[in-house]
Write a protein that binds this ligand. Structure first.
Ligand SMILES: [Fe+2]
Length: 456
């Protein structure tokens, strides 16, 4: 978070002190005001990134003060957090009614205030620094609109008509399009229709500047996907507020979408864990195998400098790499002796079965493909596809090493475990034939960091 300058308005000296003490260690600069009037004076005199206000104050309440901040063109862009000892649903709703950006109950301030400040400020940064393509043939309106939006912190590109906008839009990549309706060459309504019919721009927020007489056209455009319209003549402050609101709503939707994805991933991982438990309950020899393979795979990923996202994908792939064994018959999976050719072919299908089982889960395809390649060999003699070298997904090459190491050092139906040194020697001998020459050294580096080769 950038160094913020925050105005705190509260009639209680101890509350001012407490909030200040909370914000200072986070590097937030604070100015205090003991009532709303002092708060107004401070806002007129200085530049602030955020206002935090109490509700219950003499002379002017915090809610009235918030309303004043939001209705004053000079201060409307400053986010306001209401910090109050009143925290019923009705109190919170009243806070939002007057335009507050967040509402934090005082009793939760210790825990919630800083994260709330961060999210409000992030939203503001998101809203600012955005590019607006203004499509307008009238030079005077162009100039006034550009000036107003630039003063509010936006980056503005001008187009003289619809055709001009189409010519430059791919270079400009705007976050919002603001367009007039009646223009030479290509009208605003046709411009909107063309953009809304493309994959690239169908979600681009579009604001149409129209006259009262354009209402029927506007109704049609809103139905077709135009986000909002602003009636001419408008004042620029109104326009800025409209644009900020649109971007803020867009930001909110993005946050919700991210939360949804995180939840979806958690559910996915939860269901995979249950399936793995079901598999391992059948076979005492593989109990804990998926967990060990995941742990070793992640250690290799770390050695290879994987990003958080790559580590996450590696974790999922490693934990489900043998899940397809759910489809293997007990008399084959648990057979103590050597497998027949037919039995071995049956067990090989576990790499394909896992893809079938988890196919319905969203966004899992590439992780599944990677997990399914853990029995491929660097020299192309593995299964299921006989992939060779770097054609084998990197995640699959990592799991291959982790899988063999854990299998060698654990008891199996057909043999006892072998010592770690011997297992390392077997893997060393397999580099370049069975194992990837980049992955194996990363594994050895990791093993060196473990005292006595102990995996715990
Ligand atoms: Fe396997």
């Amino acid at each position: 978070m950038k160094k913020a300058n925050v105005l705190i308005v509260d009639d209680s000296r101890s509350a001012l002190f407490a909030v200040r003490a909370l914000l200072s260690p986070a590097g937030i600069h604070t100015v205090t005001a003991s009532d709303a009037f002092q708060g107004q004076e401070a806002l007129r005199a200085g530049q602030f990134d955020l206002v935090i206000t109490d509700v219950d104050m003499p002379n002017m309440s915090g809610l009235e003060f918030c309303e004043w901040v939001k209705s004053n063109p000079e201060t409307a862009h400053i986010p306001v957090i209401v910090l109050s000892s009143l925290d019923t649903d009705a109190d919170i709703e009243n806070g939002f009614k007057v335009g507050a950006d967040a509402y934090v109950p005082k009793r939760m301030a210790n825990k919630e205030l800083i994260p709330r400040i961060e999210s409000v400020m992030n939203r503001c940064t998101f809203v600012k620094e955005k590019t607006i393509l203004v499509v307008e043939d009238n030079k005077t309106i162009q100039t006034v609109t550009k000036q107003g939006l630039e003063d509010a912190g936006f980056y503005v590109v001008l187009a003289d008509d619809g055709q001009h906008a189409l010519d430059i839009i791919d270079d400009v990549t705007p976050d919002i399009l603001l367009t007039d309706l009646n223009m030479p060459r290509l009208n605003g309504d046709e411009l909107c229709r063309r953009l809304l019919n493309t994959t690239k721009y169908k979600f681009l927020p579009i604001v149409v500047m129209s006259s009262l007489g354009d209402k029927p056209v506007m109704r049609g455009l809103i139905r077709e996907g135009v986000t909002a319209f602003i009636v001419k003549p408008f004042n620029v402050d109104m326009l800025v507020v409209t644009v900020e609101k649109l971007l803020s709503d867009h930001f909110q939707r993005m946050l919700e979408e991210r939360e949804r994805l995180v939840l979806e991933q958690k559910l996915t991982i939860g269901s995979i864990a249950s399936l793995i438990n079901a598999l391992e309950a059948r076979d005492k020899y593989t109990r804990g195998h998926s967990e060990a393979v995941t742990r070793i795979s992640l250690a290799i990923g770390k050695e290879l400098g994987f990003s958080d996202t790559e580590m996450h994908r590696l974790q999922i792939a490693a934990s489900l790499h043998d899940l397809g064994k759910i489809g293997i018959r007990d008399n084959v999976l648990l057979k103590p002796g050597k497998l027949t050719k037919e039995e071995f072919e049956h067990i090989q299908t576990h790499t394909v079965v896992v893809q079938e089982i988890l196919k319905p889960l969203p966004g899992m395809k590439d992780v599944l493909v990677a997990a399914s390649s853990h029995h491929e060999r660097w020299d192309g003699t593995g299964y299921p596809n006989g992939l060779k070298g770097e054609d084998i997904p990197l995640i699959g090459r990592i799991i291959a090493v982790a899988d063999v190491f854990d299998a060698l050092t654990s008891d199996r139906p057909y043999r006892d475990s072998i010592p770690v040194d011997k297992a390392l020697q077997i893997i060393t001998e397999g580099v370049g034939s069975h194992f990837c020459p980049t992955v194996a050294p990363a594994f050895f580096r990791y093993m060196k960091t473990l005292k006595n080769g102990n995996l715990t």
